[in-house]
Design a protein around this ligand. Sequence first.
Ligand SMILES: NC(=O)c1ccc[n+]([C@@H]2O[C@H](COP(=O)([O-])OP(=O)(O)OC[C@H]3O[C@@H](n4cnc5c(N)ncnc54)[C@H](O)[C@@H]3O)[C@@H](O)[C@H]2O)c1
Length: 327
Amino acid sequence: MKILVTGAAGYIGSVCTEALIERGHNVIALDDLSEGHKEAVDARAAFCQVDLHDLPALDHVFEKHKIDAVMHFAAKCLVEESVREPGKYYRANISAGINLLDSMLRHRIRKLIFSSTAATYGEPEKNPIPEEHRTNPVNPYGASKLLFERILSEFRANSGLEYITMRYFNAAGASEVHGEDHHPETHVIPILLEVAAGEREAFQVYGTDYPTLDGTCVRDYIHILDIAQAHTLAIERISEFPGRIYNIGNGHGFSVKEVMEAASRVTGRKINYRTAPRRAGDPATLVASSDKIQRELGWKPAFSALDSIIETAWEWKQKFPKGYSSD
Ligand SMILES: NC(=O)c1ccc[n+]([C@@H]2O[C@H](COP(=O)([O-])OP(=O)(O)OC[C@H]3O[C@@H](n4cnc5c(N)ncnc54)[C@H](O)[C@@H]3O)[C@@H](O)[C@H]2O)c1
């Protein structure tokens, strides 16, 4: 298939581009480079520097390349920023997405995988969380993703759009060549590795009084190669499961303290940390039930051990200590 990957210069998009190419697909990699890195785009993909808000440029991409399907990773994804600047998040995650849908359908492309998030659930009533759990996002980032899920179902009713929504939990780890290099970095594992590497003084533990085993937040870390595998399976069988929502998680929760200890074990370095009060809107525990995708697509995470997930991120950091070099 010829697949358009939006956000292909970002963390998850770059790894999925690599996996799709390895699997024999052709990739048209689209990114405006507002956050991502040109160097992260696989050299075997055709790269288009296009902002999804620019409809004529987007139409041009669909006219130029005979695209069969789209994977839509491009988004703004910083929770705290979304609280400060909700308009930026609704423009990026809704308006730009509608441009993509309009342009796709004008060019008779009806297959789409959409990157959603566990943030659509808000504070869950139970863990592991199944897809039918009520949704109640507590920040504009999660709300924008949930709204786009609804927009997709409305488009599907009238256009024959075949889409699958993937709600990722905490993406982590690296491939041999692509890893996580966000500015600012807000994710737990890369921050811990910065502390281990001596690039950051200390790690902040937000909240030590949660109702969890050690008082720190529990999250589900899913390796990006497992996310990529879920995407290749889904795009190849999308016509059998149109309109599905799948959680993509490991099914195991790890507390912030456990992740700190694992990072120290893997790197062989001491991790300095400080404790700070809870952050508003941080649920105590978020763990995925991924039974549905396991049952329907036969997907199963290959990297469920936390140490092996961190190991791949640490190897990538040691290979590329400055991340992607253009910055
Ligand atoms: N990283 C996670 O743990 C996680 C968890 C749940 C969901 N997600 C979702 O997965 C997707 C990818 O996340 P990521 O961590 O790779 O993010 P990222 O910021 O690394 O990548 C997003 C990419 O989209 C590009 N982009 C943003 N707006 C654009 C626009 N208007 N036009 C073209 N390109 C644009 C950015 O330049 C960037 O390269 C996002 O949709 C995010 O909401 C990520």
